[in-house]
Structures are given as structure tokens and as C-alpha cells.
Ligand binder design. Structure first.
Ligand SMILES: [Fe+2]
Length: 194
């Protein structure tokens, strides 16, 4: 008889894994910026698809779990200092919202051959990635990895259950689907830029 044991990730590891997805989305963003610099035809649809995925996967899904579930949970179990550190990471991320907004606003101009708009997209992508990439790594190393050691098995189980409820109510893709979607995006970008 063959017994298959499937290992279930703890809820904090899931958040860390989501950071890796976002980094891959940003790798594609950087490839698009590189393509623009090399004057390759980078379509507005590709740019919007990339930014759209970041907004959905990070701002709605990932931060939905951090803000709506993890923060109240940490408060409930008396870990307010960790809660504040996570809030500070999210606030630092949000300081970059205007860069994404500028990219989205410039896409029409880019489609119409406006060189200033195209350069604005390239510069804002690069500034966004430069600012945001270290935030994920910092959250992993300074907050999530220590937190994993700090939570009891019972607390992990309760958090896991809350995340499952979030996934159940969420009508977009979840972690596994995002992994597939980002792979498709990487391949699509590779035809245009590599
Ligand atoms: Fe995060």
C-alpha cells in the first residue's frame, strides 16, 4: 500500500511564498522596462496585465490577509509590537502607489507613440521595483521568520483556519493559481524581451 503524505504549509510560510510570487511579477516588470529601453515593442496590454496582477495578488489578496486577518489576530494574542512592524511595512509599500498610478496613466500615451509617456513608464517601473523589493525581504527576515518561531501550534492552526476562510470567500486566484499565472507572464515577456 502506498501512503501519500501531503505537507501543508503553515500560514506564515504561505505569506512568505506570496512574497516570492510578487518578486517574480517585479522581475517581469523589470524585463518590460529593459525592453522599453532597448526600444522593443512592449504592448500596453502587457504592462497593464503585469501591474494588474501585482495589484490583485499583492494589494487585494496578500494585504487582504495581512490587514484583515493577521493584524487583528496579532492584536488578539497580544503581539502588538509585531502588528505595528507589519503596519509599517504596508505603509512603506503604499508610499509607492503613486508610481503605479503614473504607469497606468501613461499607458494610453505609450500606445499612441508618446515617447515621454514611454520613458515615464520605464522610470516609474524601475523606481517602484527599487523601493518595493527590499520591503518583502525585510518583512520575511525581520518579522515573519521570527514570528514563525514565536507562535504556538494552536495559534498557527487558528490562523490557518482563518486564512482558509479568507480563501473560501476570495473570488480571485489563490497561491497555486498565481504561480501558474506568473509563469505564463514570464514566458510571454520572454518572447518580447529576451
Ligand atoms: Fe507581506
Amino acid at each position: 500500500m502506498i501512503i501519500i503524505i501531503t505537507k501543508k504549509s503553515d500560514p506564515i510560510t504561505l505569506l512568505i511564498d506570496e512574497h516570492r510570487i510578487m518578486e517574480r511579477v517585479m522581475d517581469v516588470m523589470e524585463k518590460l522596462a529593459e525592453g522599453i529601453e532597448e526600444q522593443r515593442p512592449i504592448s500596453s496590454d502587457m504592462i497593464l496585465g503585469n501591474i494588474g496582477m501585482l495589484l490583485e495578488c499583492n494589494d487585494e489578496y496578500h494585504y487582504g490577509k495581512e490587514e484583515d486577518i493577521l493584524l487583528p489576530f496579532l492584536e488578539e494574542i497580544g503581539k502588538n509590537e509585531i502588528k505595528e512592524s507589519i503596519q509599517s511595512c504596508i505603509a512603506q509599500y503604499r508610499e509607492n502607489d503613486k508610481l503605479l498610478a503614473t504607469i497606468i496613466d501613461s499607458v494610453d500615451g505609450h500606445s499612441n507613440g508618446d515617447m515621454d509617456a514611454t520613458i515615464r513608464i520605464m522610470e516609474n517601473i524601475r523606481e517602484f521595483v527599487r523601493n518595493v523589493r527590499p520591503l518583502y525581504l525585510n518583512e520575511d527576515e525581520e518579522i515573519f521568520k521570527p514570528l514563525k518561531k514565536n507562535l504556538t501550534t494552536e495559534e498557527m492552526d487558528r490562523l490557518s483556519e482563518k486564512f482558509q476562510e479568507f480563501d473560501y470567500d476570495w473570488d480571485g486566484p489563490t497561491l497555486n493559481n498565481y504561480q501558474k499565472l506568473v509563469r505564463e507572464m514570464e514566458l510571454k515577456a520572454s518572447y518580447n524581451v529576451w
